[in-house]
Design a protein. Structure first.
Length: 251
């Protein structure tokens, strides 16, 4: 009986140990499964954080240069659709209300057609000279479309009957004077289109630039050279108590 009892106890203990062993294995498998799930979840979270970091990192992705990007001092670089033509060193002028204009002379030429305003044809050997320049808005606000630049020519090249309409100005070489001039926008170069305002006014958006042609309205000797004319800003509206300022031709 002792042997059988011992044998029976041994059998019962063996079965119980087997069940315990199986339970431990099941628990181990569950723990391993949970660990695998946690690792996988951690990998996904880490990947997401890396992606977000790349998206938020300054300079990541494509950089289009920022049309009209603000520069130091609050000024903006003209940006937009067309490449700006070669021009001389720009000058910046402004008004008392804070409006700013930047002017850069591009080229000169002559018009053989009729006068811009009087619609008269020039006498033989004369023409209506013009200067084209870039007019930009370097400020961070819109400004009224205006034409600060005026064409000056050597007085002795103006026809005698029109010299009385050609006026000298302080700060401009004595041999030069400014006749009546007609200015108009030729085309947009950069930035937004002109903005319509009240009473027919138009405004230049921040960072915009336009090609302007200023045409003399009196006959001038057709054989004038580039050195015979120039673009100056002289009106007190833009210059306050300063002398006239020239926007030079490109070299």
């Amino acid at each position: 009986m002792g042997v059988r009892e011992t044998s029976g106890v041994q059998v019962r203990l063996g079965a119980r140990e087997q069940e315990q062993e199986q339970e431990r294995e099941r628990r181990a498998r569950r723990r391993a499964g949970r660990r695998s799930g946690l690792v996988a979840a951690g990998v996904l979270v880490l990947a997401g954080l890396v992606t977000v970091g790349l998206l938020l990192t300054p300079g990541s992705g494509d950089d289009d240069g920022g049309t009209g990007a603000v520069q130091a001092g609050g000024e903006q670089q003209p940006g937009g659709d067309a490449e700006l033509p070669d021009a001389g060193k720009p000058i910046t002028v402004g008004t008392a209300d804070g409006s700013k204009y930047q002017i850069a002379t591009v080229r000169n030429g002559v018009s053989d057609g009729v006068a811009p305003t009087s619609r008269t044809t020039p006498p033989s050997g004369t023409s209506f000279p013009y200067i084209e320049y870039i007019l930009s808005n370097p400020s961070g606000k819109r400004v009224l479309l205006d034409f600060p630049g005026d064409v000056f020519v050597k007085r002795d090249l103006v026809t005698p009957d029109a010299r009385g309409r050609c006026m000298p100005q302080a700060g401009v070489p004595e041999e030069m004077c400014t006749p009546p001039t007609k200015s108009q926008v030729v085309r947009r170069l950069a930035g937004g289109e002109l903005i319509a305002g009240d009473g027919g006014d138009k405004y230049m958006p921040p960072g915009s630039a336009f090609l302007v042609r200023a045409t003399v309205d009196v006959p001038v000797d057709r054989d004038l050279k580039r050195s015979d004319l120039g673009l100056f800003v002289w009106k007190q509206l833009y210059m306050a108590d300063q002398l006239a300022k020239q926007a030079p031709f490109p070299r």
